[in-house]
Design a protein around this ligand. Structure first.
Ligand SMILES: *Cc1c(COP(=O)(O)O)cnc(C)c1O
Length: 386
């Protein structure tokens, strides 16, 4: 009996509890969690400081609506703007909603409608964000889509130069394509995007839904480059598992988002805001972020070493604790056996094994995961010689 729409291909795990880097099923089996609820639980499962903050807020007020001043929203907004290039924040409930807000704001502010995004991008499942997503399999059956989106080749500066003109309202991209295969943007390309946006009065929007909140060792992944986007969008890791999204934009954009222009009943919900505040207080610390960088480098170099002789491995890429092993083969079978052996990882397209451990992961846990991956890939290769 199943009363859910089958929109997810669910794993054969019934979750009983979760703590830190561990997920435990109803049989008592322990899994090493290198998924983090898809880049959400950046502090691991059930972080104690976040839990405490939620409990304290439960004793004050739950939902009152955005008709009221809520000081904690201001505090979280200040943290997001202090640590980014933005000045103003709009809170919502998900990544798609954050991108939806950014697309609406770009059209309203510029008075133009064309939005440029990239092939293999992922920006969400609502009509606007699905239309922004450069993947046919996500559009399939839902047409007609929202108009005036064009999908260019990622990392192709020349292609973008040819497409840019005065009709473009915004260019929207991820600095590492997550769902699209853990594909990093090149610095030169990103600088070109910013330059062309300035030249044609288009907004430069960076989707940090997956890459933000410390994932790459900076508060936001665009800070690994010399960039200053007009808007960044956030969600996933922001609330440590409570639903919250945010759009962070430059101050001149305020004029286009006045009272009644956009809104969200639950946006900036007090419980989610309490979780976000506690989350950012931990993650936006230099020592914490330095450790993410160090563990990420350790993870990547150890993976290179462990998988050196494995023929089906094409490339190991990504940054910080967002890594992908791109393979010449379909990785579904490998991911399934890793799960049976107690390691949870994700795919990103058919050929990439994606790893998103909590940022609090230990080096021992990273080593354990690598050992399992090494054994499993050698086993796979033995059964499927190239
Ligand atoms: C997950 C994701 C989204 C969509 O977020 P939802 O909260 O599922 O709506 C948008 N952009 C990127 C880059 C994502 O990884």
């Amino acid at each position: 009996m199943n009363h859910l729409f089958p929109t997810y291909n669910r794993w054969n795990i019934k979750v009983a509890s979760a703590k830190g880097t561990k997920i435990i099923d109803d049989q008592g089996k322990e899994y090493l969690d290198f998924v983090s609820g898809i880049a959400v639980n950046n502090l691991g499962n059930r972080n104690e400081k976040v839990q405490q903050a939620i409990l304290e807020q439960l004793d004050q007020y739950w939902h009152v609506s955005n008709l009221y001043h809520q000081e904690p929203q201001q505090i979280v907004a200040k943290m997001l703007t202090d640590y980014s290039d933005g000045d103003s924040v709009f809170f919502c409930n998900s990544g798609a909603e954050a991108n939806e807000a950014a697309i609406k704001l770009a059209r309203k502010f510029t008075g133009k409608s064309k939005i440029i995004t990239f092939k293999q991008s992922f920006h969400g499942r609502t009509f606007a964000t699905m239309s922004a997503t450069g993947q046919e399999k996500i559009h399939s059956g839902f047409g007609p889509l929202l108009q005036e989106f064009s999908y260019l080749d990622y990392n192709d500066s020349e292609g973008l130069s040819n497409e840019m003109d005065d009709t473009v309202a915004a260019v929207l991209l991820e600095v590492i394509q997550g769902e699209g295969g853990v594909v990093p943007a090149e610095a030169e390309f990103l600088n070109k995007v910013e330059e062309l946006c300035k030249q044609y009065n288009a907004l430069f929007i960076i989707d940090e839904v997956q890459t933000g909140i410390g994932r790459t060792g900076k508060p936001f992944a665009y800070q690994n480059f010399n960039l200053s986007p007009d808007i960044i969008t956030l969600a996933k890791g922001l609330g440590s598992g409570l639903p919250i999204g945010a759009m962070v934009g430059k101050s001149y954009l305020k004029e286009a988002f006045g009272p009644g222009v956009h809104g969200s009943t639950f946006g900036g919900n007090p419980i989610s805001i309490a979780a976000a505040k506690a989350t950012l207080e931990i993650i936006f610390q230099d020592e914490f972020l330095d450790e993410v960088v160090e563990k990420g480098e350790y993870f990547k170099s150890s993976l290179h070493e462990a998988l050196a002789g494995v023929e089906c491995v094409q490339e190991i890429r990504g940054s910080g604790l967002m890594l992908g092993i791109s393979c010449h083969v379909d990785v579904t079978a490998i991911i399934n056996s890793l799960r049976d052996k107690g390691l949870l990882v994700l795919n990103a397209g058919p050929n990439v094994i994606r790893m998103l451990p909590p940022l609090t992961v230990s080096k021992e846990e990273i080593s354990q995961a690598i050992e399992l991956i090494k054994i499993e890939m050698a086993h796979f290769e033995m059964l499927n010689p190239v």
